[in-house]
Design a protein around this ligand. Structure first.
Ligand SMILES: [Zn+2]
Length: 688
């Protein structure tokens, strides 16, 4: 659902370590400014009607090569780096004040300062070596039978998460979005998608070969002989391949009905009798519950079959690998380096490890994000900015209302329901109204891995404790400095962190046209997610409930098929096409969002006499402003991973694929009817 390249997936990549000591930053805390429409980023030698993305972003692409430690480089990515620099300043101040006792004080500040200081103390991390893993390694060594596995899996999941066998937690009840229920989901793989284990092309085989080498290296770093390490790698591959074969594809996972399977605890025990759920639940101290959502059942059947088929020694090998692989970013540099070599360099094409400070800032944002975020919003997010964003959101919602009412293909009955849903969408701007309280998390200054474990356990505990509780609709799923936005279909809310409302994405200093093209389009994008092929299956309350007439749903499906047929033509890299069933929701949101941005902009500037600026008409500035959010350079390796895992189309198609369906665009640039950026009117895709 995220508009840009998911920040959470970025975090998974930045696993690395260099021994280069960084000097403390002496910068003043200001975010650098660049305008939200930059003519220097354009390529005016390109014809906008032939390739609008090149016309709008050609200069940017030329002037912004990918830094060696990045897997892609973009306007979003660059702003995120600026945010990280800014957060570094906050953390260095917090880190020194937590030792000197000087201002700024405060418990939250002390936690982030100590966490960052422990992360930056690379010498201490090296010196402790494997000691922080020892108690878990000992616990794995003590396992005698498959029966012993359940409590250990629970313990490791608590501080590590879904790398271990499967995912567990709470979720909103698909039938009653006000309530949280217990949930299990597939997981347990070390490669980014189940397809890597299954596809038979040369590249997939090569990737599996490299993954085996990576696993062997991790076992060797744990002290195994090369021979034993090689054998162990094969064992893990065998277990993961079985799990992958029983896992749903990403396209299947987009169907909320396939994500729903509420069963009784007794039924779960029957589905997987070889896993000791009672001791698993006891170890996690889960609140009492009767119903649990388990998806996909085939995956858990396979877990059960493997528990019987694999000797217990194989499971111990599997757990040892995932323990060391999951913690590698917080261990001595040999682990960090190996993690980088496989996940960032081989899989995604990075050339260098990110500097340690930047990794440490990201870990702090991930693990104590709402403590760090308080200091961030205090400095970059004014009440005026919040107010002007809320005003824009209101205009975009009005545009959606107008749009729904004027649809020529939808019945009055379904329109009525769509409006009820639209009016129920809650919008959240900037940062949470109430901040998460981290006072119970113990953070030291000299035990980095322990700090990470305790912070993750705090988050997991918070999540498990929601089981059986009413939903807190004020919660955020992103931290304030995140350069991204999202819609949640069960919360039925749109969320815009302060980090995405900064120049060059949102720019109070310049005219409305590029702002509506860019941020207006983003707001429209998130709003449209409530009505894309997935979001439209949820009602105004966020329940999985059909509110469409059969005939209207049929027409809607025909219209979204137009979009998916269009995007299926586009090539991501080499001979790989967009998997447009995976990207459909995002492609529909991109198109709908930009149409809403345009309508809202016209409403906001009605009656005003708009003049050309920098040789561009107001309409042209709207569209160039839109395109320039997506200016990016991508490494081919990263594009390959994204083709399998990212529900967003590559940047150029997120622009060209949209304008081709907007007659307002071809008018703005006086395109001729047989040019590439123009479709015949009867072929234009129109959903919302
Ligand atoms: Zn999206």
């Amino acid at each position: 659902m995220l508009k840009a390249f998911g920040f959470y997936s970025l975090l998974a990549l930045m696993l690395i370590s260099s021994a280069v000591a960084q000097k403390p930053s002496t910068q003043k805390l200001v975010l650098p400014y660049s305008p939200s429409l930059d003519v220097k980023s354009m390529d005016k030698s390109a014809d906008p009607c032939v390739d609008f993305y090149q016309y709008s972003c050609g200069g940017w692409k030329k002037n912004n090569p990918i830094p060696p430690d990045q897997v892609s480089w973009s306007v979003y990515g660059k702003l995120y780096q600026d945010n990280l620099n800014f957060l570094r300043g906050i953390l260095e101040q917090a880190s020194s004040s937590s030792t000197t006792g000087k201002a700024p004080a405060g418990a939250a500040n002390q936690k982030i300062g100590n966490f960052y200081a422990a992360c930056m103390d690379e010498a201490a991390v090296e010196k402790r070596g494997l000691a922080p893993l020892q108690s878990n390694l000992d616990a794995i060594a003590r396992v005698k039978s498959a029966h012993d596995l359940a409590p250990l899996v629970a313990k490791l999941q608590m501080t590590l998460g879904g790398g271990i066998l499967f995912n567990s937690g709470s979720r909103q009840d698909p039938d009653d979005s006000d309530q949280q229920i217990a949930a299990l989901n597939q997981g347990g793989l070390g490669l980014p998608d189940r397809d890597y284990y299954i596809k038979d092309d040369a590249k997939s085989k090569e990737t599996r070969e490299r993954y085996l080498q990576h696993m062997q290296k991790i076992f060797e770093l744990l002290g195994d002989s090369p021979e034993a390490a090689g054998k162990n790698a094969q064992t893990v591959m065998q277990i993961e391949t079985s799990l992958a074969r029983a896992s749903m594809t990403r396209v299947e996972r987009r169907d909320p009905y396939k994500q729903k399977n509420k069963i009784k605890l007794a039924d779960l025990e029957q589905l997987t009798p070889n896993f000791d759920w009672k001791s698993y639940i006891r170890e996690l101290k889960l609140p009492a519950f009767e119903i649990i959502n388990v998806v996909p059942p085939a995956f858990f059947k396979e877990v059960n079959a493997r528990l019987a088929a694999e000797p217990v020694e194989n499971w111990k090998t599997y757990l040892r690998f995932h323990l060391a692989n999951g913690y590698a970013p917080y261990l001595p540099s040999a682990f960090v380096q190996e993690n980088f070599e496989f996940y960032s360099k081989y899989l995604r094409g990075a050339k260098e490890l990110q500097p340690r400070w930047r990794r440490c800032v990201q870990f702090t944002d991930r693990d104590l994000g709402e403590a760090l975020g308080q200091a961030y919003v205090a400095q970059v997010f004014s009440p005026e900015l919040k107010k002007s964003t809320q005003d824009m959101v209101k205009l975009i919602e009005d545009a959606m209302e107008q749009r729904i009412q004027s649809l020529d293909w939808m019945s009055a009955e379904t329109k009525q329901q769509a409006l009820v849903k639209l009016h129920s969408i809650r919008n959240k701007v900037g940062y949470p109204d109430k901040w998460r309280d981290y006072s119970s998390v113990q953070i030291t200054r000299n035990d980095f891995l322990g700090d990470v474990e305790r912070a993750l356990a705090f988050e997991n505990r918070r999540d498990y404790n929601k089981i059986g509780q009413p939903v807190d609709r004020t919660e955020w799923g992103m931290t304030p400095p995140t350069v991204n936005a999202y819609y949640s279909s069960q919360m039925n809310d749109i969320n815009f962190p302060a980090g995405v409302l900064q120049p060059p994405l949102y720019d109070a200093k310049i005219d409305d046209a590029p702002n509506y093209g860019n941020t207006g389009g983003t707001i429209g994008h998130e709003l449209t997610h409530g009505f894309d092929d997935e979001g439209s299956k949820f009602d105004a309350k966020g329940n999985l409930k059909d509110w469409w007439t059969k005939d209207d749903r049929q027409k809607f499906d025909d219209r979204t098929r137009c979009v998916s047929d269009q995007y299926a033509q586009y090539v991501v890299v080499d001979d790989i096409h967009i998997n447009s069933k995976l990207t459909l929701g995002e492609d529909v949101a991109d198109l709908g969002g930009e149409i809403l941005g345009y309508i809202a902009w016209k409403a906001a500037t009605k009656g005003k006499d708009l003049a050309p600026v920098e040789d561009l008409t107001p309409d042209q500035r709207f569209f160039v402003g839109f395109a320039q959010w997506a200016c990016a350079n991508e490494r081919p390796e990263n594009l390959r991973v994204n083709a399998l895992t990212d529900p967003h189309s590559p940047p150029e198609y997120r622009i060209n694929g949209v304008v081709i369906n907007m007659p307002e665009f071809s008018q703005a640039f006086s395109c001729k009817k047989d040019q590439p950026m123009v479709k015949a009117p009867e072929k234009v895709c129109k959903v919302w």
